[in-house]
Design a protein around this ligand. Sequence first.
Ligand code: XMP
Length: 514
Amino acid sequence: RLLIIDFGSQVTQLIARRLRELNVYCEIHPYQNVTDAFLAAFAPRAVIFSGGPDSVTRPGSPRPPQSVYALGVPILGICYGQQVMMQDLGGRVEAGEHATAEFGRAYVEQAGRGDEFLSGWFQGGREQVWMSHGDHVAEIAPGFQVLGTSPGAPFAITADPARRFYAVQFHPEVHHTPNGRTLYENFIRLAGFRGDWTMGAYREEAIAKIRAQVGDAKVICGLSGGVDSSVAAVLIHEAIGDQLTCVFVDHGLLRQNEAAEVVAMFRDNYNIPLIHADESDLFLSALDGVSDPEVKRKTIGKLFIDVFQKHAAEVGGAEFLAQGTLYPDVIESVSFSGGPSVTIKSHHNVGGLPAKMGLKLVEPLRELFKDEVRALGHELGLPASFIGRHPFPGPGLAIRCPGEITREKLAILRKADAVYIDQIRRHGLYDEIWQAFVALLPVRTVGVMGDGRTYDYACALRAVTSVDGMTADYYPFTHDFLSETATRIINEVKGINRVTYDITSKPPGTIEWE
Ligand code: XMP
């Protein structure tokens, strides 16, 4: 495995992404944790130093333990990582001046004799790269040679091929270094990785780890119907069988048929012991008269925890709580720049569970990115339609029903949403869209159907494309699709007589209406 030492770059996670795409298993660890003992125990086959915001010219700036250079394994230093390597090994770094600082797109030209590290690079004589540095290397360390230069970085690519130490001033992991992947490919080949880290291997390892951690104790897993908790549950069940009990709290704010599908899948198909807690009455009465979005979230979040605890206690004697925590949630960021940001939505994730339950955690997905969780789900035989599901917010339909929630409104919303999703699936668009749903608007409008006047609700269709939900664009349905869908909803759903399509992107809008 490969060790990435994180010096606090905003894009360290992308290094891990690139390596995982090449089927190399790697872990990111903040430099503070990487001690001599850690290195010896981790026994990396290669090491990457990430970028970072500090200046190596500042006394006390972040460093790796010097024993890293004696491991005899290949090292790749990126940006701050390059500067660290140069300074540690006898070169010299100068603090930033405007003349040599470089931010954004730059072009690197070949220098020197070339090297295996650059195989496939410089095809067009030069390569586009992404730079973001204030300081620069002024003198390279003994044993190093220059393999590439740019106007702002005479030592854009440096190498000591004998020791297999490579150092670049730019960021090969970002999108704006279009051929960056080639450098990672070359580096891992130089390091002797076969690129055979697969989900099959991960599954075996994860199962062994779960067994070792849990022994013969009982485990509780909260199921939400989402991909992460489902994959975690199936994996853990494979490891420890009926020592696992799943608790599925139905808050009455799920989509049409969702609760039944979850029960059918886990209890009937996978034979996983499952407590299906239908607590919709409780949640809906707590939400009675509540129209403020944040109050809705807090009400649901708090109640969920109480209800979950109550049902978890029914299992009796459980020592562990399973959670579908993913890698992006656990990477200890050493970023220095993350200031406080404004709360737009409190995102009370009703799946997030309290430390106060006093249970130890089992988190078998801690090392995976979202798309890897999907791959693991596939490996475990979960149906593709289940794995590819759009994200669904913890507070469910409560935040898709702006204003006060009633059972009547929820019933109308469920039907309209089911028609809309059916339309999307029929037209083969489901996988192109990141998230799609109907919001039932708190207005009634006048319409005419047959010879009669109607006075019913209006709804809004929402569909967005996105990578991570942080920014989003509305999906460009054809007019035919939209009119066919509007007609179906109005004909099939009693209570709605007007359909609109939301064409707001995020920002300035958010994906959900509340
Ligand atoms: P917004 O509406 O903030 O949504 O653009 C971004 C993503 O987050 C989901 N979302 C939530 N998920 N609890 C959740 O678990 C929440 O309170 C919540 N609010 C929004 C939303 O569905 C989208 O995927």
